[in-house]
Design a protein around this ligand. Structure first.
Ligand code: NAP
Length: 311
């Protein structure tokens, strides 16, 4: 075994979302010994999506958990090794890459980063303290706790609208608080939200504080046009104001933009030879399951060319 006590693989993939699972499917079918490391749930953000309607092959849509399960089963079929471990550090050792998790360390010839993104926080008083006590970043996890309650969703993008629509299955009323007077979300979600009698809108408004002793009781909301701050009573606040890449632990290793998205060329190659990035963590125009899957296969093919070139 090369590298002392570290097990060596030809390919290591960090992240078990659609990009990582697709990359694993391709590298194992090309017979490269591959390890996929995932610190949380396999499927990534897909797993917390109730219904996916824009992934081809499922004309009636498919639940995020089912699509994750199917992708994992397919990737494993060709010999992908999977470990439920969170990566804390990647270091270069000549042409090899050393990947350290909290439990172990591994070496690989080629590394594919597929760490995806996480939901951004507003950063106001009460948000952190009341997370899990009425503040939530996951409607499929927490929506059922808000049966017949009045709740809010913060944001105006695809996440805010799709999650608000899902939450109307449980809540009596869902108020979308958005900082502008126009939504960013895809038109079909806008049409559905405007047509849903349970969904109300609070335009030109930002949340300045989330209040509550043990659980959320109200929000301090500022109208950005008038400057007026009002207290808005609610029992739940679901925050969907965008995403940030999970690339902190790679700072200084590969080139990133100011937001932390990894810069690659069209072949998913990063600034470091033998390190590739695929899916939502990569700087690109569109972030969807379809684009993640496309990236995963491109990165795997680029890895194959890279490893063949080394022989
Ligand atoms: P997003 O598209 O970046 O939208 C974020 C929303 O939050 C925007 O409306 C933004 O307002 C607002 N916002 C940002 N910072 C804020 C702050 N500090 N305070 C208050 N509001 C703030 O993020 P997303 O909706 O999470 O979507 C992320 C990506 O996933 C997108 O590419 C999206 O298309 C994709 N996605 C797709 C689907 C689907 O197709 N089914 C579902 C979910 C997500 P402004 O509009 O004023 O900037």
């Amino acid at each position: 075994m090369k590298g002392g006590d570290s097990k060596t693989y030809e390919v290591i993939i960090i992240g078990g979302g659609p990009a990582g699972m697709t990359a694993g499917l391709y590298t194992t079918r090309s017979r490269f010994q591959t390890l996929l490391l995932e610190g949380a749930l396999f499927g990534g953000q897909m797993t917390t999506t109730d219904l996916i309607e824009n992934y081809p092959g499922f004309p009636q849509g498919v639940s995020g958990s089912e699509l994750s399960r199917l992708m994992e089963e397919q990737a494993k079929r060709f010999g992908l090794e999977i470990a439920n471990q969170e990566v804390m550090e990647v270091k270069l050792e000549g042409e090899m890459k050393r990947v350290r998790t909290y439990e172990s360390a591994y070496l690989c010839e080629a590394l594919i980063i597929c760490t995806g993104t996480e939901y951004r926080k507003i950063g106001v008083p009460g948000e952190k303290e009341l997370t899990g006590k009425g503040v939530s970043f996951c409607s499929t996890c927490d929506g059922p706790f808000f049966q017949d309650r009045k709740i809010v969703v913060v944001g105006g993008g695809d996440s805010a609208l799709t999650e608000a629509l899902y939450l109307t299955k449980f809540a009596q009323e869902v108020t979308i608080i958005h900082r502008r007077d126009a939504l960013r979300a895809t038109k079909i979600y806008q049409e559905r939200a405007f047509a849903n009698p349970k969904i109300k809108f609070l335009w030109n408004s930002v949340v300045e504080e989330i209040k509550g002793d043990d659980v959320v009781g109200s929000l301090m909301v500022k109208n950005v046009k008038t400057g007026e701050v009002k207290e808005f009573e609610t029992e739940g606040a679901f925050i969907f104001i965008g995403i940030s890449p999970k690339t902190q632990f790679l700072k200084g290793l590969v080139q990133m933009d100011e937001a932390g998205y990894i810069i690659t060329n069209a072949n998913c190659e990063t600034s470091v030879k033998g390190i590739f990035a695929a899916g939502d963590c990569r700087k690109q125009l569109l972030r969807q399951i379809t684009t993640a899957v496309g990236d995963g296969s491109t990165a795997a093919f680029a890895v194959e060319k890279y490893l063949e070139g080394k022989e």
